[in-house]
Write a protein that binds this ligand. Structure first.
Ligand SMILES: NC(=O)c1ccc[n+]([C@@H]2O[C@H](COP(=O)([O-])OP(=O)(O)OC[C@H]3O[C@@H](n4cnc5c(N)ncnc54)[C@H](OP(=O)(O)O)[C@@H]3O)[C@@H](O)[C@H]2O)c1
Length: 241
């Protein structure tokens, strides 16, 4: 019996990944703030879906995660899909700070809770959905791109620490390009991917315990060249949606 917990499973990429793991016979723990959506999914297979409302910006979120792990009878794979993001070229402080609270503080809170669980258990697999947005700072979405870079670096740091401490915790950093989900509903983006296809690539990478993955091949090429743009030139580019 294999058990995965997905935080941020009420919509978008997390929801599609949850459906695929369920199809493959896994026991799936689902979390997010929208309890009605969690319950609707649980009702389709109460034996293999367990749920727990969790707000990752709340200090009691790790306690709720522990409760969900208990309901599921354990956890082998932890996937953090929760995230918020918006273009904010006018620099509304409320948007900038809310993004940090979810994508940096909430992210750290939940990744650490999973890390400590796996440390005690003697092993496990932590996966996060970051983004290609952390490749270089995006003027249209400063907080989003900065927090996504934070996520990349944080996972790198934990992966090194794990090896230094001779632990067997695996890490996967998933970096999708633009995906047609609620996250992007207010803004316009090019080269949109469908969440179902992205979820397939994610499941494949997780089963192979890939360390990091950019989805899809078009974005792998884009990121390859994007990384090579020197800072002085990047600052002068007009990147608009
Ligand atoms: N869409 C893209 O183009 C794209 C590209 C690269 C990376 N990503 C990343 O992929 C992840 C999933 O996003 P998505 O595109 O699937 O968008 P989405 O449909 O809006 O899903 C976001 C998920 O995050 C959850 N969430 C948000 N705030 C939360 C909080 N405080 N506590 C717990 N859960 C919270 C939401 O659930 P509740 O509202 O029910 O809490 C929802 O399940 C995000 O980390 C996003 O940054 C998206």
């Amino acid at each position: 019996m294999k058990r995965i917990i997905i935080i941020g499973a009420t919509s978008g990429i997390g929801l599609e990944v949850a459906k695929l793991f369920h199809q493959q016979g896994w026991h799936v723990g689902l979390a997010g703030r929208r309890a009605d959506r969690l319950e609707a999914l649980r009702a389709t297979d109460p034996e293999r879906f367990q749920t727990q409302p969790i707000d990752i910006t709340s200090a009691d979120a790790p306690a709720h995660l522990s409760h969900l792990i208990e309901k599921l009878g354990g956890m082998d794979l932890f996937l953090l899909s929760s995230g918020i993001g918006k273009q904010n070229p006018t620099l509304d402080p409320a948007i900038e700070l809310a993004t940090i609270e979810t994508n940096a503080m909430g992210f750290t809170r939940m990744v650490l809770a999973a890390y400590h669980y796996f440390e005690k258990q003697g092993g496990g697999h932590i996966a996060v959905i970051s983004s290609i947005a952390g490749t270089q700072g995006l003027g249209a979405a400063p907080s989003y791109s900065a927090t996504k870079r934070y996520q990349n670096i944080y996972v790198d740091a934990l992966a090194q620490l794990t090896r230094m401490n001779h632990k067997t915790i695996h890490f996967t950093d998933i970096r999708p390009g633009f995906v047609q989900t609620d996250l992007l509903k207010d803004d316009r983006y090019p080269i949109l991917m469908q969440p179902e296809r992205v979820a397939q690539a994610i499941v494949k990478a997780l089963l192979r315990k890939k360390r990091r993955i950019v989805i899809d091949w078009r974005y792998r090429i884009l990121v390859f060249f994007w990384r090579m743009i020197p800072g002085w030139l990047w600052e002068r580019l007009r990147i608009k949606s």
